[in-house]
Design a protein around this ligand. Structure first.
Ligand code: SF4
Length: 409
């Protein structure tokens, strides 16, 4: 039996893409292995959002030279965003690479395999690996924005929404294979539309799939959180009350230079509206964008105070080659470091504070082990008694300790 080892870099969309690519290999008789030594095929699914991720993928590819030399019939597939960005350049540098399949090519991955002449024709339909408690389902690919620091639109192309019926079918397959929670994925996931089916309609329909207890989604864009969306989902408790909503800066001026498509005020309005519907909100923040002044940075700090995020992931700006912002003059490294320190100090403890406010509330906990799971708002909860993994326990919170809640039952 041919065995395939999969190395995935980057986001959850890449994990879902790796699963999808694996189904095409499985249809050609391959089975999964987590041991590189015993594999006949390596699928490297890459990320290029940050330089670091791309370097890791390329250096892993470099190390595969010796692996391939051991048994020259072995097959190396280099796929995803870095494959798209680097294109023929990477094939030239690593001639032992057998198949190159960029991120825009995912729908044609099967054709790529056939065109390589290295595989027999597909037989039985390939099966995705068992999903675990969370089943990831990609609902759209690409992005129609053009944030000035971001490489994604050029490597993934414009938005392409997948047909709602296919998504429902995939969610049903994952639920039948044991997933209790479905995570819908897309770069601007809440921009989804398929004919008359809006993103809210899709969420509601996925939540009705037998076996699905909870529906999450990532990553949304603030502008698509409209009153109509909130109205459409407000009575559906299966839609998890947690969103990861990247703000990137608290300064309207910087947001405009980043081409984010919203102002500070619009973002804060969305935060208030989401919170009123019970959502907790985490975010991403970039410090030291090239045009960021001290005053802009102060605006970011004050936005953090106002928004009271559930968690905030903070990054120093680093330029990506091929993006408009990469042409701009960088701020002094020391300034970036100082600002990051200040911001990290400001966001430290946000989660602890959010956990403390939950004492006395009632939560529905989806158990990921016998006595620990997550609430709809994404709080980690430890239960008093043990329950079967995958069950939902409704219980009152007795105390909080750091980023863990303790339940009465
Ligand atoms: S919305 Fe902006 S940051 Fe997000 S993927 Fe699109 S261009 Fe990149």
């Amino acid at each position: 039996m041919t065995k395939v080892f999969i190395q995935t870099y980057g986001c959850q969309m890449n994990v879902a893409d790796s699963d999808e690519m694996f189904t095409h290999l499985a249809a050609r008789g391959a089975e999964y292995t987590d041991q590189l030594d015993e594999a006949d095929i390596v699928l490297v699914n890459t990320c290029t959002v940050r330089d670091h991720a791309e370097h890791r993928a390329v250096s892993f590819l470099g190390r595969l030279a010796a692996w391939k030399k051991e048994r020259p019939h072995r097959v190396i597939i280099f796929a995803g965003c870095a494959a798209e960005r680097l294109g023929a350049e990477i094939q030239k540098k690593y001639p032992f690479l057998d198949i190159l399949s960029g991120a825009k090519d995912i729908e044609h991955f099967s054709d790529r395999l056939d065109a390589s002449g290295l595989f027999a024709a597909p037989g039985r339909a390939g099966e995705a690996p068992a999903p675990g408690l969370t089943g990831y389902v990609t609902i759209m690919r690409g992005c129609d924005f053009a944030c000035s620091y971001c490489i994604v639109p050029s490597v993934r192309g414009p938005v392409k929404c997948l047909p709602a019926e296919n998504i429902l079918k995939e969610a049903a397959q994952k639920a039948a294979a044991g997933a209790k929670e479905i995570m819908l994925l897309g770069q601007t996931v809440n921009a989804y539309r398929d004919g008359q089916t809006s993103f809210a309609d899709l969420l509601n329909r996925v939540s009705e799939v037998p076996g699905v207890e909870r529906v999450r989604f990532t990553s949304p864009h603030p502008i698509y959180f409209t009153p109509a969306f909130l109205e459409a989902v407000k009575n559906n408790p299966k839609i998890a009350r947690n969103v990861h909503l990247p703000v990137q800066s608290g300064s309207t001026k910087v947001l405009q230079e980043m081409k984010r498509g919203y102002t500070r005020e619009i973002f804060l309005d969305k935060v208030r509206a989401l919170k009123a519907c019970g959502f907790t909100i985490s975010t991403d923040i970039i410090v030291g964008f090239p045009t960021e002044t001290e005053e802009d940075f102060r605006q970011t700090l004050s936005l953090v105070d106002e928004a009271e995020f559930f968690a905030a992931y903070c990054f120093k700006y680093s330029p990506r080659r091929g993006t408009p912002a990469a042409q701009m003059k960088l701020l002094d490294k020391k300034v970036l470091e100082e600002r990051l320190d200040i911001l990290l100090n400001r966001v430290r403890g946000l989660s602890d504070a959010a956990y403390q406010t939950q004492v006395g509330t009632v939560k529905e906990v989806l158990l990921e082990s016998e006595n620990k799971g997550r609430s709809s708002e994404n709080f980690w909860v430890k239960t008093h008694k043990s329950y079967p993994v995958g069950s939902i326990v409704r219980t009152e919170i007795e105390k909080a300790d750091g980023t863990l809640l303790f339940a009465r039952d």
